[in-house]
Design a protein around this ligand. Structure first.
Ligand SMILES: [Zn+2]
Ligand SMILES: [Zn+2]
Length: 253
């Protein structure tokens, strides 16, 4: 099933680990006729050089303001892809820091520094090992509680690539997203398993499809998501950014 999104809300630039500059990303988004482009470079606990710091995020915000006019009518949104870093749902950005962003994308990332050593052992180590040993039910339940706290305690706009790396009870997490107004992402870089999509569709959660592009030419590319939608065409109606050209996210202010 071919899908065309009106806005891509999860993309990266050379401000984090992508190969394209912000201006290349904006130009591409304008050229392909997107109404909105959300730039969401990686957050503060990822390795230096591949992620934003609050200082560079401010510089980025200023640059975006200066560039806006040049790329009109494309509406540029400034976001960040934050990280869940603790078993109590902690993330790597404070509420005060996130208020400068338009919205927050949040997910789990292999190389993001954990809140503390306990969270590292309970959350990251089982994920590192998941290739050779399936995480225990106890680990999955703990991760699920962490995700739910994260969504409840922080105005997360988009839950990024759920169940990729950090295993959770997808239905419980999606239910929480529906309750709090967080969009559940269909991420084209990582794809999504059919069973996970089924769990999401069993809830009232709204979906958002994004490329997670790390180079300009991948903006709005959704080949993997299109493939999975062949099996779950009912998901199409629930993808907000194929129907709306402006998305309201949970307020960061
Ligand atoms: Zn990510
Ligand atoms: Zn990303």
């Amino acid at each position: 099933m071919e899908i065309k999104i009106l806005g891509d809300y999860h993309t990266h630039s050379t401000y984090s680990d992508a190969i394209s500059s912000m201006t290349d990303v904006f130009q591409r988004a304008k050229d392909i006729g997107l109404a909105e482009l959300g730039l969401s470079d990686h957050g503060y606990n990822n390795p230096l050089g591949g992620s934003l710091r609050h200082r560079t995020a401010k510089k980025q915000a200023k640059q975006i303001e200066e560039l806006r006019e040049r790329y009109a009518p494309l509406n540029i949104r400034h976001a960040i892809e934050a990280d869940i870093i603790g078993v109590n749902g902690e993330i790597d950005i404070t509420h005060e820091q996130m208020s400068m962003f338009d919205y927050v994308v949040c997910g789990w990332h292999l190389f993001a520094r954990n809140k503390n050593i306990k969270s590292f052992f309970l959350m990251n180590v089982p994920s590192y090992l998941s290739g050779i040993r399936a995480p225990s039910q106890e680990t999955i339940d703990r991760n699920t509680r962490a995700y739910i706290k994260m969504i409840m305690n922080n105005p997360i706009g988009i839950l990024a690539h759920v169940n990729h790396g950090c295993k959770v009870n997808v239905r419980e997490v999606a239910k929480c997203c529906a309750d709090y107004g967080t969009y559940v992402e269909l991420n084209n870089k990582n794809g999504i398993h059919g069973e996970d999509l089924e769990e999401i569709l069993a809830t009232e959660a709204k979906l958002i499809a994004s490329s997670d592009a790390h180079e300009a030419k991948s903006i709005a590319r959704l080949d993997k998501i299109e493939k999975i939608l062949d099996r779950y065409p009912e998901a199409y109606e629930r993808i907000v950014n194929v129907h709306e050209n402006h998305i309201e996210f949970r307020s960061t202010k």
